[in-house]
Design a protein around this ligand. Structure first.
Ligand code: ATP
Ligand code: MG
Length: 239
């Protein structure tokens, strides 16, 4: 099954009343169970594509289909489709509410949906992402950067998404913590049967994680990369 299909996607930004195409004619396809990379230099619109898929920006044309269901431009994603697609952002600090304890950050989305057994679910999630139960009583600033990113990942997993969008999930972290988080994501992908779409500018991260990738340049897909191509780019970055 195709997890994510993007065809001829254009995303338009407004600047002083004028629209300009930030993404032009981008197409890609991600199979279920894959880890798919979006790579390319800063500003090439990698985040912009993920935000469109997540429904955070609905100002696009073309087609975006997630597990066979087409998103509609200009409309919020709703219902089961909403829960299917979750995103983890680069900076875990700004994406977590600074004055809410972790128990509330993780518990609230469940409470809103009246999910039964929410307390136990939060306990299980902390366990799943490798955090001690005591983390529930802490505020984000009382955790390390790596622990905060684990909370952000736990929050993304709350509603059991099938497609997890990861925007530079480790680039704000110490090198020593990066590998731990990447390995955690790989484990969770298997146990939760997810498909991952990963944005990164780090060839090492892409080589470690991705089955396939696209290389972006100025809002366009410049090349499709298979494993050998990804390995080649990594080797070039090391030389
Ligand atoms: N809502 C918006 N309106 C206008 N311009 C925007 C908007 N969002 C992003 N941009 C512009 O798009 C460009 C960056 O796009 P994007 O963030 O998708 O790139 P990126 O590939 O993720 O870059 P990086 O690797 O630095 O994160 C910047 O020039 C930014 O100013
Ligand atoms: Mg970005």
């Amino acid at each position: 099954m195709i997890a994510l299909s993007i065809a001829d996607l254009s995303v338009t930004f407004q600047n002083r009343g004028k629209g300009y195409a930030a993404v032009r004619g981008a197409s890609l396809e991600v199979a279920e169970g894959e880890t798919f990379g979006l790579i390319g230099p800063s500003g090439c619109r990698k985040t912009t594509i993920l935000r469109a898929v997540a429904g955070l920006n609905t100002n696009w044309q073309g087609s975006i289909t997630v597990f066979g269901n087409a998103l509609t431009p200009g409309q919020k994603i709703t219902g089961a489709q909403r829960d299917n697609i979750q995103m983890v952002f680069q900076d875990p600090y700004s994406s977590l509410h600074p004055r809410h304890r972790i128990s509330r950050i993780l518990g609230e989305p469940l409470a809103i949906r009246r999910v039964a057994g929410a307390t136990q679910r939060v306990r299980d999630l902390l366990n799943q992402v490798g955090l001690p139960q005591a983390a529930a009583d802490r505020y984000p600033h009382q955790l390390s950067g790596g622990q905060r990113q684990r909370v952000a990942i736990a929050r993304a997993l709350l509603l059991e998404p099938r497609l997890l969008l990861l925007d530079e999930p480790t680039s704000a972290l110490d090198v020593s913590v990066q590998a731990e988080i990447l390995n955690l994501l790989n484990e969770l992908k298997t146990t939760n049967r997810m498909t991952l779409a990963l944005v990164s500018h780090d060839p090492g991260v892409v080589a470690h994680m991705c089955d396939r990738a696209v290389l972006m340049e100025s809002g366009r897909v410049a090349a499709e990369l298979d494993r050998p191509n990804i390995a080649k780019i990594y080797a070039q970055s090391q030389s």
